[in-house]
Design a protein around this ligand. Structure first.
Ligand SMILES: Nc1ncnc2c1ncn2[C@@H]1O[C@H](COP(=O)(O)OP(=O)(O)OP(=O)(O)O)[C@@H](O)[C@H]1O
Ligand SMILES: [Mg+2]
Length: 283
């Protein structure tokens, strides 16, 4: 693990949602855990002032954070802030802190390119870079989307799922059009499902009808083990319970979807096709 020395282009993916509390951080940690288990070199960039991913990854230090990095924004400056996570070798963190909230909206024309600049060259030593975003599609999320090639949308199967997913997918389109032509959606993860409830089944069906190509084939079930693993600062993959195993299985499929999308992009589809908004209204 971590022995490959040749720099290469990593798979870069932001995890976004319009709404708070739908499971962005949980999904990101699940994917990071799946990648960690496979021996991939992972960097988690925490771009949420709540710093939930930072807390769950329990890094060795949080002396420098994304707040400092965005304030500086010199090419490659992120290297000064990246530290090893408490998960051990193979998962590093660019931590966040509450102060990011106030420092996050720098003036100027290229303010959304600050994260991309700061990560320049730094990310080439990883296989997978995941960016956790705050619960809005504002400046910080736009910074994340400008710095990555892929974006994963997370939603819960609720009344707000469809408009929330639509807004998140639209913001991917907007950033792609303005400063990141290679950006493309991996898809929509439906989190915290309880398939036996008719409301959840209905909302899932609604999402699949609107975005047949984008809603991922697996959903992440509502499992307490995810909260327990987060509280213990370990990947759910190393938590021993049936619920943890079920969740880990879902994250395997989601990681595969991320890697497959990245591969498609390299294999000639570098410029992503437009998101099929029309399928929603035709259906
Ligand atoms: N599939 C799940 N099963 C059980 N609990 C879950 C699941 N997904 C998320 N949770 C719990 O729900 C809460 C919110 O999840 P999470 O922090 O991942 O959401 P978020 O979208 O990142 O929130 P925010 O918008 O505040 O950043 C957390 O306590 C988390 O442990
Ligand atoms: Mg979060």
């Amino acid at each position: 693990m971590g022995e490959r020395s040749t720099p290469h282009a990593p798979v870069t993916c932001a995890v976004i949602a319009q709404k708070g509390g739908v499971g962005k951080t949980t999904t990101l940690l699940g994917i990071a855990g799946a990648a960690w288990e496979r021996g991939l070199r992972v960097l988690v960039v925490d771009l949420d002032p709540q710093a939930n991913a930072t807390a769950a990854l329990d890094p060795v230090s949080t002396a420098y954070t994304t707040s400092d990095v965005l304030a500086d924004a010199r090419p490659g400056v992120a290297a000064d802030a990246i530290v090893r996570s408490g998960w051990g070798l193979g998962v590093d963190v660019l931590p966040s802190e509450r102060a990011l909230e106030h420092r996050a909206v720098p003036e100027g024309r290229d303010s959304t390119l600050r994260l991309r600049l700061a990560l320049e060259g730094v990310i080439d030593h990883y296989d997978l870079v995941l960016v956790d975003c705050p619960p809005s599609l504002g400046e910080l999320t736009r910074n994340a989307l400008a710095a990555v090639r892929l974006a994963l949308v997370v939603t819960e199967p609720s009344f707000f799922a469809l408009p929330g997913a639509a807004a998140a997918l639209e913001s991917i389109e907007v950033v792609r059009g303005s400063n990141n032509l290679v950006l493309r959606p991996v898809g929509v993860v439906v989190n915290r499902t309880r398939p036996q409830t008719t409301e959840h089944a209905f909302r899932l069906d609604e999402l699949r009808t609107a975005y047949p190509d984008l809603v991922l084939p697996v959903t992440v079930p509502d499992r307490t083990a995810l909260q327990q693993a987060q509280g213990a600062c370990v990947p759910v993959q190393s938590w021993r319970s049936p619920g943890a195993a079920e969740a880990a299985e879902a994250y395997e499929v989601i990681l595969d979807a991320v890697l497959a999308r990245a591969e498609e992009a390299i294999g000639g589809l570098a410029v992503a096709p437009a998101i099929g908004f029309s399928t929603g209204t035709d259906a």
